[in-house]
Design a protein around this ligand. Structure first.
Ligand code: ATP
Ligand code: MG
Length: 275
């Protein structure tokens, strides 16, 4: 199965998240999915090495999803084995006063991956048309203008050599509640507890509408959105790693060859050894 085609949102089309099963696992069972995943993370590790060595292009992976959708787990399971020197993870929480003193893309642009690097966004500029919209943190006419800004911004990144892949981790209301409840009962997860997660959950319909608008308006040819069924963690990992690996392979980063003076150095050294 071509994972990218299966989950990509066609530009301008409306995804009905309510009708889209968050627990489906098309095409694979768990055993196969985990086996594939193990291979995909090795592909990602090797291709990331080549991307870094080539040093000309970059990859930006944007992760969005409701609380407990699995953004942190995805980062661990997909990018865990990569070289930390070439991968930057940026989490975007509530903006600081300095960030709020600038336009909303300012903090995001400064974290865009440099050439040779993979950038992973744990939340992103999309918060500025999601929580900001739902809580009414800016006037309606302000957030409505942002879809065009965002599309233009991402197109600019692509034109300048960054491949952009966006993933919406889709969890059902039931699975989300299960995971948020674990934060109350499992001491290892207590640090993630935040009362706001429950109040946000109670506004799920407003968030769903904001997500659907975001997917419809901002899945573009240059920077597509993918809706990943994320109730099953193994499937989420399998699908995202597969799409990232395929895309890196398609980019086909090349290991640079030994430069001219390197060849001369080699001849000199070989000459010394023979002489
Ligand atoms: P988890 O998904 O595991 O709960 P998290 O991503 O929610 O983790 P937190 O640090 O708990 O991490 O929360 C970050 C919060 O900041 C989120 O509620 C998010 O919606 C909010 N946030 C991000 N960007 C903005 C923004 N531009 N304006 C207002 N709130 C924002
Ligand atoms: Mg949270």
């Amino acid at each position: 199965m071509n994972l990218e085609e299966e989950f990509r949102v066609a530009p301008g089309s409306r995804v009905q998240l309510r009708d889209s099963d968050a627990d489906r696992t098309p095409g694979v069972n768990r055993e196969e999915g985990e086996r594939e995943h193990a291979k995909n993370v090795v592909r990602i590790r090797d291709l990331q090495h080549r991307l870094y060595a080539e040093g000309r292009r970059s990859l930006l992976v944007v992760l969005q999803g409701m609380d407990a959708a699995g953004k942190d787990g995805t980062i661990r399971h997909v990018f865990g084995p990569t070289n930390p020197q070439g991968v930057q993870v940026s989490a975007f929480g509530k903006p600081t006063s300095n960030e709020l003193a600038h336009d909303y893309l300012w903090r995001v642009h400064s974290r865009a991956p440099s050439r040779g690097h993979i950038g992973v966004f744990n939340r992103s500029h999309y918060e500025d048309v999601l929580i900001v919209r739902v809580l009414g943190l800016v006037p309606d006419k302000a957030w409505k203008r942002r879809y065009d800004h965002i599309n233009a911004f991402e197109e600019m990144l692509v034109d300048e050599g960054t491949t952009v892949l966006k993933f919406f981790l889709h969890v059902s209301a039931d699975e989300q509640l299960k995971r948020l409840t674990k934060r109350l009962t499992n001491p290892a997860k207590a640090w993630k507890y935040n009362a706001e997660d429950f109040s946000k959950r109670s506004r799920r319909p407003a968030y769903v509408e904001a997500y659907e608008d975001m997917l419809e308006k901002c899945s573009t040819k240059h920077a597509p959105w993918h809706v990943i069924p994320a109730d099953n963690k193994w499937f989420r990992n399998h699908a995202i790693a597969g799409i990232v690996a395929d895309r890196l392979e398609h980019m086909d980063p090349e290991l640079p060859e030994l430069p001219e003076d390197g060849h001369r150095m080699r001849e000199t050294l070989e000459g010394t050894r023979e002489g």
